[in-house]
Design a protein around this ligand. Structure first.
Ligand SMILES: Cc1cc2nc3c(=O)[nH]c(=O)nc-3n(C[C@H](O)[C@H](O)[C@H](O)COP(=O)(O)OP(=O)(O)OC[C@H]3O[C@@H](n4cnc5c(N)ncnc54)[C@H](O)[C@@H]3O)c2cc1C
Length: 557
């Protein structure tokens, strides 16, 4: 039977950074449902934040992040994120990441939303691609064992400690187990819970649900980031870097409408502010066509676009037939990032012994109610490394992981066989679409009790229908319809926790905006939402926010 000291689920930036750290000290393996280079990290465009310029300083990075989070981030964790940022970026540089350069040869930095300094280091508009290549190269060089296209079905835990995982090997269609003393969950975001998302189709979020079922808590799940500029229709991301390089937003009347909402930061206000402003413009009838706005890059010039924004120019040309050098790009807000996730401490540890999480699936919490652009890539490498170090320390001196009984495999085989054998019931795909639309309508950019009640009622019905799914492809190898049905059941749990969290939080903070409670309410709600597994579903509680230097004040841009 396969066994590792530390097993990592996910081959994106967080998973690979953790694997490199563990590999120096203990036996490590990675399981990933797609080849590492297909992880969503590859799609990251705009850049990674670090106060590396002589005119910048870490204290400002901390302050911008805390203010951006609408004071919900744990400030001790933010201090670590920003303190370790320069080291993390230089480390990537030294590993071979090809960052764009200034004329003087320094790593180039661009302005990003909600920050007072051009702090975002970038590799043109392909930063994630470059970083992921670099870490994957290093993983290969250090012989990190990767189980490609293994879909994790369960994280095994008992007595409050992790035992390993169960996975479906997509190549053979067989259920496999891997024993491990520690497991680090690095499974990324759940964007596909919403109908309009910038996320890859694989971002269905089951890692968060697997950790929840193993006994970990989900934290602040109601905080969902909507990115202002996604391509109209397909919702492919147009990086904030486009506005950082001088892109402007216009409504149907040709107004640069951000003047009304964030006069000092304009297009470079934080994402929650810009997305809400755009939704308001559209809802009040100043949208273009049937509901988009214009992102105008024509003032930037062909040379700069070719040099710094080549990928987004290509995306606009390919998917909308629009040439951003000469025409404005139709854009609309779309789901982009999950601020919430598996609750961890600053070492990536959950309440379950040996269970760690890092990257987008985790909530440390450094992003609070709204993440600043460029801070997520940073989060993956800083907390990926820390989780790896903590897991390696945890397994040190422990006996080899105990073998996993065959009955575990049998139990999963039975479940899969039953799902494959069912010939009545619905296909998952249209039912999932209903979940995505219910979430977009009820728990989108603007929220209200009535809309959330409706979404939760719809989810209840969808949950019942999801108990009765059928899969038309009855084969075992590479059965992505089967995998889709399994992913969907996990996505539904996340949808429920997001919507319930949003309904109970009767205030507006960061990305969570309630039309019926438009103000932030620190007296009652300066706290994290916690969801843990109870007998009849999620049980909700709250926990305190760590405040060190920055007392909450009104957030104005
Ligand atoms: C289009 C786009 C652009 C972005 N641009 C930026 C940017 O410029 N700057 C920035 O800071 N942030 C950006 N972000 C956010 C950032 O890229 C992500 O938050 C980050 O890369 C997530 O990395 P990760 O390692 O946590 O997860 P991912 O890279 O998503 O990797 C998840 C891994 O988990 C594996 N996995 C998931 N479920 C299972 C399962 N059941 N079994 C086995 N394996 C599983 C997958 O195979 C994958 O390898 C962007 C996001 C998007 C969508």
């Amino acid at each position: 039977m396969l066994s590792y000291d530390v097993l990592i689920i996910g081959g994106g930036l967080a998973g690979l950074r953790a694997a490199l750290e563990v590999g120096q000290q203990a036996k490590v393996g990675v399981v990933t449902k797609v080849y590492p280079m297909r992880s969503h990290s590859v799609a990251a465009q705009g850049g990674i934040n670090a106060a590396i310029s002589e005119e910048d300083n870490t204290e400002d990075h901390i302050y911008d992040t805390v203010k951006g989070s609408d004071y919900l981030a744990d400030q001790d964790a933010v201090e670590i994120l920003c303190d370790e940022a320069p080291r993390a970026v230089y480390e990537m540089d030294q590993m071979g990441a090809l960052f764009s350069r200034t004329e003087a040869g320094r790593i180039a930095q661009r302005p990003f939303g909600g920050q007072d300094f051009p702090r975002t280091c970038y590799a043109a508009d392909k930063t994630g691609h470059i970083l992921q290549h670099t870490l994957y190269e290093q993983a290969l060089r250090h012989n990190v064992k990767v189980h490609n296209e293994w879909f994790v079905l369960e994280i095994l835990s008992d007595g409050g400690e992790v035992r390993g995982i169960v996975a479906l090997d997509t190549h053979t269609g067989k259920v496999e187990t891997i024993a491990a003393n520690a497991v680090i969950v690095c499974t990324g975001g759940y964007g596909r819970v919403f109908s309009r998302s910038t996320n890859a189709l694989i971002n269905t979020g089951e890692g968060m649900s697997l950790a929840y079922h193993a006994g970990a808590a989900l934290k602040d799940m109601e905080f969902v980031q909507f990115h202002p500029t996604t391509l109209y229709g397909s919702n492919i991301l147009i990086s904030e870097g486009a506005r950082g390089e001088g892109g402007l937003l216009f409504n149907s009347e040709g107004e640069r409408f951000m003047e009304k909402y964030a006069p000092s930061k304009m297009e470079l206000a934080p994402r929650d502010v810009v997305s809400r402003s755009m939704e308001t413009e559209i809802q009040e009838g100043r949208g273009i066509g049937d509901g988009y706005l214009h992102l105008d890059l024509t003032g930037i010039g062909a040379d700069l676009i070719g040099d710094r924004l080549p990928q987004i120019a290509e995306l606009a040309r390919t998917y909308l037939g629009v040439d951003p050098v000469t025409e404005p790009i139709p854009v609309q807000p779309g789901q982009h990032y999950s601020m919430g996730g598996i609750g961890t401490d600053v070492h990536g540890a959950t309440e379950v012994g040996g269970l760690y999480a890092a990257g987008e699936c985790a909530c440390v919490s450094v992003h609070g109610a709204n993440r600043l652009g460029g801070n997520s890539l940073l989060d993956t490498v800083v907390f990926g490394r820390r989780a790896g170090a903590a897991a390696a320390a945890y397994v040190k001196g422990r006996p080899r992981p105990a073998p996993i009984p065959d009955s575990v495999v049998q139990e999963h085989e039975n479940k899969l066989s039953a799902l494959l054998a069912a010939d009545s019931g619905e296909s998952f795909s249209p039912v999932r679409k209903e979940m995505e639309v219910a979430m977009m309508n009820g728990a989108g950019v603007y929220r209200h009790k009535d809309g959330l009640d409706k979404a939760i009622d719809q989810l209840d019905v969808i949950k019942k229908r999801a108990e009765n799914l059928t899969v038309s492809d009855k084969t075992r190898k590479f059965n992505f319809e089967l995998q889709g049905a399994l992913e969907f059941k996990h996505s539904l749990l996340l949808a429920e926790v997001i919507a319930e969290g949003a309904r109970s939080r009767e205030e507006s903070r960061g990305a969570h905006f309630r039309n019926d409670f438009p103000e932030r309410n620190d007296a009652d709600w300066l706290k994290h939402t916690i969801a843990t597994k109870g007998e009849d579903g999620p049980v909700y509680s709250t926990s305190d926010v760590s405040i060190t230097k920055h007392q909450p004040k009104k957030r104005v841009y």
